[in-house]
Design a protein around this ligand. Structure first.
Ligand code: GLN
Length: 474
């Protein structure tokens, strides 16, 4: 698949027809989706009809003709959004997410909805109620999760761009496993209106793309304040670095990327898989050869991000998912004897991982335990945030691995929940602190599987992250 900006440019100048782009994308889907299972539904006729309309337009938008896949937890009016769950199998969105409206306004074409871990809970895409997704680089391996379908769609060339959601790593980890770019924006940069909530204080929508420049382009279009989401930051505001061409944020000149100081957190490199460490060191060397300075830093509390993440997101999920009881939303059994029976039957539509998280969250929030778990995790969150604030006074960016390992075999970690949870070791700190981070592919391991390196930035400094990614050649 060609890059989004190249498609848009050619469709705008008439050297390529949107109809041909969409036909090529649909042909790839017909060929590969039966093997990979990245798409749960393809909007073929509608996408072609829209492509024709766009081809006929005089003035075409910045994403003219770009085929974009949506994770199945992002609402697109009139289309199903199931969160890959039996609970929402028959739910049709009655409105579109703000991000979708912004993409459509630029003449993007939504090509289908992608598979995911149920309700975005997972790291391997093995938790979908509608079958596993295979990694397009090796069908025996997982694509990562929870946005595994989105990552596989882009990596296999079925779509040019996909949107995912990232609560603890669900955009960046699958991006790393599939050899593409994925960002978790600063909390509050992108509207969550129309994203089915998992953990409202950590969820952010982010694009998965073939390279950093496409990523920046898509982010610049979906970012910015939204009156439907009070947690979006009311821009424009001072001191924020401009993202690409967007007028959503105010420009602030900053030093050349070659003058950046990049922190290497020593804790992230301890006990690291030697092959992943080698890729980080090669990335460092490549950046140093262009003038970038490195500094060893310490983020001593980041290691608590993962346990803190599971307490907080489980707690929020137990509350957010309470509405799926068959009375307000979701699967409703037709033969319940009474109210209790109806709860039992309806709530059983959730898969085992979702149930586990709801139970853990309900436990952590209960009056007997809230002081020891939920409230303590909130305190830990504040400490982790302070850790990043301190470090970003000394460095522009931070370089880390995205994941502790490359894509693992399907089924390999099914009996080892803890090790699956630790897939987020290096990504969850960004969601806990609210800072942005991007995963870019850099190097391979001895199985020829891609390695992701991760660039963390200070709040709203996404453009610095992209500048460094471009120096890395992504
Ligand atoms: N892998 C993490 C989890 O299992 C992250 C999920 C996410 O970011 N949505 O919760």
């Amino acid at each position: 698949m060609i890059k989004a900006r190249e498609i848009a440019k050619k469709v705008q100048d008439g050297s390529l027809k949107a109809v041909d782009v969409i036909s090529a994308s649909l042909a790839k889907i017909t060929e590969l989706n039966p093997k990979i299972n990245a798409f749960l539904e393809v909007f073929a006729d509608e996408a072609l009809a829209r492509a024709k309309e766009i081809d006929a337009k005089e003035q075409k938008g910045r994403l003219a003709g770009v085929p974009i896949a949506l994770k199945d937890n992002i609402l697109y009016k009139g289309h199903k959004a199931s969160c890959a769950s039996k609970m929402l199998q028959n739910y049709t969105a009655v409105y579109s997410a703000t991000v979708v409206k912004r993409l459509l306004a630029e003449d993007a074409i939504i090509i289908g909805r992608t598979n995911m871990d149920e309700f975005a809970m997972g790291s391997s895409n093995e938790n979908s109620a509608f079958g596993i997704v295979r990694n397009p680089l090796d069908y025996e391996r997982v694509p990562g999760g929870s946005s595994g379908g989105s990552a596989a769609a882009v990596a296999s060339g079925m779509a040019s761009v996909a949107l995912g959601s990232d609560t603890g790593g669900s955009v960046r980890q699958p991006a790393a496993f599939c050899g593409i770019c994925g960002v978790k924006p600063t909390y509050g940069l992108v509207s969550r209106y129309g994203l089915v909530a998992f953990s409202s204080s950590a969820d952010q929508i982010g694009p998965l793309t073939l390279d950093a420049e496409d990523n920046e382009l898509i982010l610049s279009i979906i970012a910015g304040p939204d009156e439907q989401d009070s947690t979006t930051v009311p821009l424009p505001f001072k001191g924020i670095i401009k993202i690409s061409d967007s007028d959503a944020v105010e420009a602030k000149p900053y030093k050349k990327p070659q003058e950046f100081i990049v922190g290497l957190p020593k804790e992230f490199l301890q006990d690291l898989d030697p092959q992943i460490k080698a890729c980080i060191m090669q990335a460092k060397t490549k950046l140093e050869s262009q003038g970038v300075k490195f500094k060893e830093i310490s983020l001593p509390y980041a290691k608590y991000a993962s346990p803190c993440y599971h307490i907080l997101t489980g707690s929020e999920a137990s509350s957010n998912l309470a509405r799926f009881d068959g009375l307000r939303y979701g699967f409703a059994s037709q033969n319940s004897a009474d109210l209790e029976d109806s709860y039992l039957k309806n709530r059983s539509a959730f898969g085992p991982e979702v149930k586990r998280r709801i139970m853990l969250g309900t436990f952590s929030l209960g009056s007997a335990h809230a002081e020891d778990y939920y409230k303590k995790a909130q305190k830990v969150r504040a400490v982790i945030r302070k850790d990043f604030e301190r470090v970003f006074k000394e460095v522009d960016l931070i370089l880390t691995p995205t994941t502790p390992h490359t894509a693992f075999k399907i089924g390999e970690k099914q009996d080892d929940i803890l090790s699956l949870y630790l897939s987020d070791l290096f990504t969850a700190p960004a969601n806990i602190a609210g800072v942005p981070s991007l995963s870019v592919p850099f190097g391979k391991d001895d199985k020829n599987l891609p390695v992701g390196v991760q660039i963390y930035g200070n709040y709203f400094e996404e453009s610095k992250i992209y500048a460094l990614a471009k120096l890395l050649g992504s």
